[in-house]
Design a protein around this ligand. Structure first.
Ligand code: 13P
Ligand code: 13P
Ligand code: MG
Ligand code: MG
Length: 365
């Protein structure tokens, strides 16, 4: 069995929430190279999605391995203390909420997505990282990939895929999970997936043989910290081809820039733009929200041929559309539905602003 473990955290960025300086990525690579030499991991991949550092490990230690979790915690803390803080980066160590290591990295603020499987004859995997949005932003895309035949013809054509996929949906408020099966429960599934302020997909399984197809990070930083400290920028892994949606079917879901929550101060809806790694940074209104995808081929756990999947003219029109969408919705300024609902804003300082107006309220006459 091979395990892929994807960890993500914002350890600080420049300028503002733009992207991490290259030193952060090189320090992460150095640290992981040591782990590889000590044979704790087989291989690794380091990249950034906007201002978030993303670290993918391949190893044989299985999911929730405490010794690897500690290594990651120590590495992220080391980078923060030795580089981000002395360099006075913006949001230095932003996502390291816990003071010290806690079991399972729970409550630390580090996002984790892990999957274990027997490596197939050929094992392509897509690694996604998004910035200035939240885990439930993936809901609409995952529905299209694993449940919508208009996006994924394999659901109709493939003997394995036509048996459908099982979605594990997490209630981010109540910290519970539910299993819903496509195709027969798609309406119920959509009742949850469409409620993006509360539900996000953590895993997807292929029903024909219960093989893991997708896993995503589902941290809710405000839930951990009790206040808004940065958005819960999500990442995910998707196995592709040979009985899973093909590379192209997965990427096809990103051919329309659906609106997601996040963007400026984690408080505004905006289009999710698929971009190449060179554009994996944010600027306008601290965005617009972006997603990058690195495709890899596993070779006995080795991560080979890392490929920048959105670096393609085929996505130019989506990007163009996304910018138009951004222009339109920005006109809405501080008004809903560009700005999030009061419920969605409850961890932000908007609540304090509204509270400060208490004395202004008089009885209706
Ligand atoms: P190839 O024939 O190029 O392997 O592609 C198969 C496929 O199903 C692509 O969607
Ligand atoms: P990040 O969550 O990506 O750090 O962004 C925070 C923010 O408030 C941007 O406006
Ligand atoms: Mg940041
Ligand atoms: Mg971020």
């Amino acid at each position: 069995m091979i395990t892929l473990s994807l960890f993500k955290a914002d350890l600080g960025s420049a300028v503002g929430h733009h992207k991490p300086p290259k030193e952060i990525l090189s320090m992460a690579k150095e640290g992981l190279e040591k782990l590889r030499k000590r044979k704790k991991i087989i291989d690794f991949l380091v990249f950034n999605a906007g201002d978030d550092l993303q670290v993918l490990l391949s190893h044989k230690k299985g999911k929730r391995n405490e010794s690897l979790y500690k290594e990651i915690w120590n590495l992220f803390l080391y980078i923060t203390k030795e580089f981000s803080i002395p360099s006075k980066l913006y949001g230095a160590g932003q996502d390291l909420i816990a003071k010290k290591y806690t079991k399972g990295l729970e409550g630390t603020g580090i996002g984790i997505a892990e999957m274990s499987f027997k490596e197939r004859k050929t094992e392509p995997v897509l690694v996604f990282g998004a910035d200035k949005t939240e885990p439930s932003a993936f809901n609409i895309f995952l529905y299209k990939i694993f449940a919508d035949p208009f996006n994924t013809p394999g659901l109709v054509i493939s003997l394995i895929m036509r048996r459908g996929f099982e979605f594990i949906v997490v209630d981010l408020e109540k910290h519970k999970k539910a299993s819903l099966k496509a195709p027969e429960e798609i309406y119920e599934l959509l009742s949850l997936l469409g409620s993006t302020s509360q539900y996000a997909v953590r895993e997807v399984y292929r029903r024909a043989d219960k093989e893991i197809a997708m896993v995503g990070t589902i941290t809710k930083l405000s839930g951990v910290a009790g206040k808004y400290i940065g958005k819960d920028d999500p990442s995910m892994l998707i196995r592709v081809g040979k009985g899973f949606p093909s590379v192209g079917e997965v990427l096809e879901a990103f051919s329309f820039p659906y609106l997601v929550n996040g963007w400026m101060r984690g408080s505004h809806y905006g289009p999710l733009i698929p971009v190449s790694l060179k554009d994996s940074r944010v600027s306008r209104f601290d965005g617009p929200p972006r997603i990058v995808c690195i495709g890899v081929q596993l070779k006995n756990g080795e991560i080979t041929y890392p490929t920048d999947m959105f670096e393609d003219v085929a996505f130019d029109r989506v990007r163009e559309k996304a910018l138009e969408y951004a222009d339109l919705i920005r006109r809405q300024g501080p008004f809903q539905p560009h700005r999030g609902t009061l419920e969605e804003m409850r961890y932000t300082s908007l609540k304090e602003v509204i509270n400060s107006l208490k004395k202004k309220w008089k009885k209706l006459d």
